[in-house]
Design a binder for this molecule. Structure first.
Ligand code: BG6
Length: 518
């Protein structure tokens, strides 16, 4: 090695080490978070426990306030009780008395109707009293909309009308999914938001992006050099993305019946996974550079006409079955669901991307409620070797498969064919495995912790951008329209606790492939 080579390899390894030890030393400025739907399900399950954790871990500043906004008739005292109960139920560790004491002092509740101006006047006054200014003499306020989509426009308009986003207030808005019901309503909602906020103040949350294993897709692809040359049509036969849920509606019948699987999971969580797997390397790690690449992916998904939808998408709705050995109700027997519901709870499809990298490589995606197991996974199946050099042994050769496990297995596994010991020429598949838990010995983080901290920091990388949201709707809208216009004659068409309708299997079998099973 000459001196020049030595220097450049030193430089490379130093930069890697620096990257390795990057510590997130971000100091959060004083802030107030106003939660619309302050006593709702998401707030109780996720937001309050997450804020409690962050405070417990010393990630919040000394001066912060949490204002619950909603439910007429609830006192501040009752809100503290509700908060404590939800933290006890949903936080991962027990609540120590002194931690609770410290946290509860930051809690406020405003009992108000989303539609009445009085509530927003009261909010203005309250924020004037409790917001501690940042170093820039601004009052940082995060408006978190944990409300059904129909309530959002009213709230946003009122925030604008009552000057809660102007003057000394430095506002951000967090929008929960689904962001609209289709592309036109998402465009309209964006227009409403951008009438009051700037795009850089808008955090469209998709909790899948807060999962470590989902973020790791980017690291896996772009922090290693060995897979990227293979990540294309020359070497990949097809890709499968599965988001299988074991749970059913969980008291969300009213919401789900209006939403269905495509709006609930495909338009957002699955599309985000698809984008991370299919995107080109971004030119940098900044929010907009990554989001630019994702949007390009959505734009290259081959548009689906009715004939294509009929042939290459599969819908399903679960009927009665068995879950963990016990009888389970069918979708139409769940609370708030009409007995003739046409709402799909299962989705499978084949997608193509018209790009140089992915031309003619099918992406098979599927998701559903009440499936046999909870599994979220990306499986990349590579092509067979170009020649059957090992004679008839090749007929049983398992293709190389790279599996990125998102949950519950937080793992990466690469399947390889090796020689089985002995005199015969028998191939055998083994795996090289990485597992988050055993490698890093860290507890599981709730996806919301990361996303809320990013919101405090002003980092939009893990949040959807307006053009991305609209592009995702453009992909799924034709499917929803087709399915709504032609009610499924065979619903319910899969048993609770199974792997979904037979048609989903047939779709792959016709192409000589099978879904992964566990
Ligand atoms: C939510 C959906 O966004 O994601 C739910 O509204 C679904 O219907 C949930 O159950 C799944 O999230 P996770 O993190 O459990 O995979």
């Amino acid at each position: 090695m000459n001196q020049g080579q030595h220097d450049s390899s030193m430089a490379a390894s130093t930069s890697l080490q620096t990257c390795d030890v990057l510590i997130d030393d971000f100091k959060t400025e004083p802030f107030t978070i106003v939660i619309f739907g302050g006593a709702g399900d998401l707030t109780k399950r996720m937001l309050l426990p997450t804020l409690y954790h962050l405070n417990h871990d010393g990630r919040l500043p000394k001066d912060f306030s949490i204002v619950g906004f909603g439910l007429p008739g609830m006192s501040g005292e009752a809100y503290r009780h509700l908060t404590r109960a939800s933290i006890e139920q949903f936080a991962s560790e027990s609540v120590a008395a002194e931690d609770w004491e410290a946290f509860s002092q930051h809690l406020f509740y405003l009992t108000a109707d989303f539609n009445s101006d009085e509530g927003y006047k009261a909010l203005h006054n309250l924020l004037g009293d409790i917001c501690v200014p940042t170093q820039q003499r601004k009052k940082e306020v995060i408006f978190y909309l944990a409300v059904p989509p129909v309530a959002a426009p009213t709230i946003i308009e009122r925030l604008g009308r009552h000057k809660l986003c102007a003057g000394t207030f430095d506002p951000k808005i967090v929008m929960e999914k689904p962001f609209g019901r289709d592309r036109p309503s998402a465009v309209e909602l964006n227009r409403t938001i951008l009438g009051v906020f700037e795009e850089k103040q808008v955090y469209r949350i998709d909790h899948y992006l807060g999962k470590e294993t989902v973020q790791n897709i980017i690291f896996f692809r772009f922090a290693n050099s060995i897979f990227e040359p293979l990540w294309n049509r020359r070497y990949i036969d097809h890709i499968q993305i599965t988001v299988a849920e074991h749970i059913g509606l969980e008291q969300r019948g009213l919401f789900y019946e209006q939403t269905g699987v495509v709006r609930d999971i495909v338009q957002n969580h699955i599309m985000q996974l698809v984008a991370l797997v299919a995107m080109e390397p971004p030119v940098g790690f900044e929010a907009d550079l990554i989001r630019d690449e994702k949007v390009k992916v959505f734009r290259t998904i081959r548009p689906m006409d009715e004939a294509y939808i009929d042939q290459f998408t599969v819908r399903g709705q679960y009927g009665p079955g068995k879950i963990d050995g016990a009888d389970a109700r069918g979708y139409r027997e769940e609370g708030d669901i009409p007995p003739d519901s046409n709402t799909p709870t299962f989705f499978a499809a084949k997608l193509y991307f018209d790009t140089w990298r992915w031309a003619d490589v099918p992406f098979y995606i599927r998701t559903g409620k009440r499936l046999a197991k909870r599994v979220t996974e990306i499986s990349v199946q590579f092509k067979q070797p170009p020649l059957k050099l090992l004679g008839s042994a090749c007929d049983v050769l398992e293709p190389n498969r790279l599996v990125l496990g998102v949950q519950p297995q937080e793992a990466i596994s690469l399947g390889l064919s090796v020689k089985y010991p002995g005199v015969g020429n028998q191939p055998h598949t083994v795996t090289m495995d990485f597992n988050y838990e055993t490698s890093f010995h860290v507890g599981r983080h709730n996806a919301y912790e990361r996303l809320i901290i990013d919101c405090f920091k002003g980092d939009l990388t893990l949040f959807a951008r307006q053009d991305g949201v609209e592009a995702m709707w453009s992909i799924v809208d034709p499917i929803v329209q087709r399915w709504e216009a032609t009610p499924a004659p065979d619903f319910p068409n899969y048993k609770a606790g199974s792997w979904g309708p037979h048609k989903a299997n047939e779709m792959l079998e016709k192409e000589g492939r099978t879904w992964r099973m566990w």
